[in-house]
Every structure is written in structure tokens, then in C-alpha cells.
Design a protein around this ligand. Structure first.
Ligand SMILES: C[S@@+](CC[C@H](N)C(=O)[O-])C[C@H]1O[C@@H](n2cnc3c(N)ncnc32)[C@H](O)[C@@H]1O
Length: 343
């Protein structure tokens, strides 16, 4: 960066705003409704102060290799990615978490803006961190407080994208990072994004993949390594936390992780399958309500798809996206993709 650029990066903080589209009371009610139906969707693991702290601890503990690898890959490739992104774009990042990756992107975007227009008095890039947990939105805003960025944090669900988009200034670089893409049904998430992006907007995401396999042994070793990634004690505790928090004893249930085959329009896919299995008749209290579980009950949890690189490209194609830039790590286990809507 030139010296002018440096001076501007250090200028006084820009305007900051936060918009809340969901009620703070919701998480407990949602937890009760879900558990009553023997379900614990993943987003409920991240709610409240405890949910935020649990994730930050897990992410920082080094037992979450996926998050770490994807961050390193972004840092190593950010310059070549930003080359494809017009400097005028606003950055929207949904499921932002602590916002570390977004800081990497924003710094590079600001550099590009300054390089293109060194005479401009003020470089202000617009940034919209979005998360269901208000604490994460605050953390993401804080993370860029020294950058010349006009910030509007939004507390909301990605599923409410039609509502969220009313708050942002076009064109946008719409990001879902940290393997978030793989936690949704592929056609659901791609259609949602396709319907809500405008021509001229860009879509950027990363994914932790199943390397292309040849032999049976290669397949077996890849599946074993997937299960190993998610089956650490720390990860199991992260998944068990809501039941522990509301009064169940650790010995009353266990956490199970399997890898299943599921059918799709493009053929068979791998998907993790998580559950909490009740080992003893027990009950928990959520707010004013009590939920009783019986031995043998199964609480179904969220999932993560394990795509091959070609499967991701195939879904983008059938959902109307054109790939502008795709990066695949040398070992074939991580990818980052920049795409736009096909005209
Ligand atoms: C795996 S964590 C953080 C991912 C982050 N992008 C990263 O790369 O570290 C997932 C985040 O998504 C948020 N989240 C979960 N479900 C969500 C939803 N449906 N809409 C918006 N945010 C959601 C959680 O609160 C959490 O901060």
C-alpha cells in the first residue's frame, strides 16, 4: 500500500448502525418448540451469550481445523479474488460469526479503492455483517473499527434474505463463509441467493470438500477423516451444550455422528448426520416449560454436506450461477468460489 493509503486506513471511524430484525426472546421459545419435536437445529447452538462464547472458544481452540484452513486459504488468495471484485461494491456477509475473514476482504477492497482513486478525499466501503446472534454482529463491527468502513450490522436470519436486502446499498458482494454453504440443502440456499441478488451483484463462498476419490481405500480414508474432524470431544460438547445448559446430566445422553448417502438431482452425495441419543428417562426445563424425554428417544440435529468440487460446480450451474473465479486447495479439500447470476 502507498503512504497515502496507509494514512487513510487509519482515519477516524465511520458511521455505524445496527438493525435488529428478530426478537431477543425468540431463541428460548424456538429451543422449546424444537426440542418438543425432538429436533435441535444447528442455529440454536449459537444463540445467546453462551452460544457466542461456545463457538468462539471452539473456533479458537484449534480443534476446528475446517474454520482455520478456510481462513488461511482466504488470506493466501485474497489478492487474486479481489481482482474480480469492483472496488465500489458493498460487502454483505451472512452468518458472519466473529468477522475475521471479512476483515481480510475489506482491507483488500479498501486498498483497491484507494489505488484506483488516490485523489479521493474519503474512501468509505459499506459493510453489512449479518448474524442471528447480536453478540456476533457487535464482534464483527468491532473487528473493523479502525477501517474506513461505513457499517450497518443486521441481526437476522439468512432465510429472511428478502427482508435483509432492503437494508443494503447495491451492488453487493454477498458472502457466506466458513463452510456455511454446506450446512443447507444445496438447491434451497442457491435458489434463495439467486432470487435475492441483482444483476451486478456477486456471490462468494467457501467449502470444505471431499477430495475426488479413485480407489475404495481412498474413499474409506476420506470418510474416516471427515468423521474424525467433527467427532472431537470439544465438538461433541459444543453440540451437547443446549441440553446440558437446561439441566440434563452428561450421562443421560450421547452425541452421535454418522456419514450418510443422500440422493440428489446430480446423483448421490455425502452428508453428515448428527443426533443426541437419550440414554435414560429425563427432563429439562426451558423457561417455564418442561420437556420429558424417554430412553431411546433421538433428537435430530443439523448436517453438513460433503461435496466433491465437481458436485459444487454442478449445483451452481443448475441453479443459474456462472463461476468467475474458483480456487481449489492442492489436496482438494477446500475451495473458494466467486460467482454471479448467469444472464
Ligand atoms: C460456524 S459459525 C461462524 C461462521 C463464520 N462465517 C466463520 O467463517 O467463522 C456460524 C454462524 O452463523 C450464525 N447463524 C447460524 N444460523 C444462521 C441463520 N440461519 N442465519 C444467520 N446466521 C446464522 C451463527 O450465529 C454463527 O455466528
Amino acid at each position: 500500500m502507498n503512504s497515502t493509503g496507509k494514512a487513510r486506513l487509519e482515519q477516524a471511524p465511520e458511521k455505524e448502525e445496527k438493525i435488529i430484525t428478530i426478537s431477543e426472546k425468540d431463541p428460548e421459545e424456538r429451543l422449546y418448540e424444537s426440542l418438543k419435536n425432538h429436533e435441535l437445529p444447528d442455529y440454536l447452538l449459537y444463540t445467546g451469550v453462551e452460544g457466542a462464547n461456545n463457538w468462539l472458544k471452539l473456533e479458537g481452540s484449534g480443534t476446528c481445523p475446517v474454520a482455520r484452513q478456510l481462513k488461511i486459504m482466504l488470506e493466501e488468495n485474497v489478492v487474486s479474488i479481489i481482482r474480480f471484485i469492483p472496488a465500489c461494491m458493498s460487502l454483505v456477509s451472512v452468518e458472519v460469526g466473529s468477522g475475521e475473514k471479512e476483515r481480510v476482504l475489506l482491507k483488500e477492497l479498501i486498498k483497491k479503492k484507494l489505488a484506483e482513486n488516490p485523489a479521493s478525499e474519503k474512501v468509505s466501503t459499506r459493510y453489512y455483517p449479518v448474524d442471528i446472534n447480536s453478540q456476533f454482529v457487535d464482534a464483527a463491527l468491532e473487528k473493523v473499527k479502525d477501517l474506513p468502513v461505513e457499517k450497518k450490522g443486521i441481526v437476522g436470519f439468512i432465510e429472511d434474505m428478502p427482508l435483509l436486502k432492503k437494508h443494503w446499498h447495491l451492488p453487493v458482494l454477498f458472502c457466506i463463509l466458513g463452510n456455511t454453504f454446506c450446512n443447507y440443502e444445496p438447491e434451497f440456499i442457491l435458489q434463495l441467493i439467486h432470487e435475492n441478488l441483482e444483476q451486478g451483484d456477486l456471490f462468494f463462498f467457501d467449502a470444505n470438500l471431499l477430495p475426488a476419490q479413485g480407489s475404495d481405500e481412498e474413499t474409506q480414508s476420506a470418510t474416516k477423516s471427515i468423521l474424525g474432524t467433527y467427532a472431537s470431544r470439544k465438538n461433541a460438547l459444543f453440540n451437547m451444550y443446549p441440553l446440558l445448559q437446561y439441566g440434563m446430566a452428561p450421562n443421560d445422553f450421547d452425541f452421535e455422528l454418522l456419514l450418510a448417502h443422500v440422493d440428489s438431482r446430480i446423483g448421490a452425495l455425502y452428508r453428515t448426520q448428527k443426533s443426541l441419543n437419550i440414554l435414560k428417562d429425563s427432563e429439562i426445563r426451558v423457561g417455564e416449560e418442561t420437556i420429558c424425554f424417554r430412553e431411546g428417544d433421538v433428537i435430530r440435529m443439523g448436517f453438513t454436506y460433503k461435496y466433491t468440487y465437481n458436485q459444487v460446480l454442478a449445483f451452481l450451474d443448475i441453479c443459474g450461477f456462472e463461476v468467475l473465479k474458483a480456487l481449489l486447495s492442492e489436496d482438494g479439500t477446500n475451495a473458494m468460489i466467486l460467482a454471479n447470476k448467469r444472464i
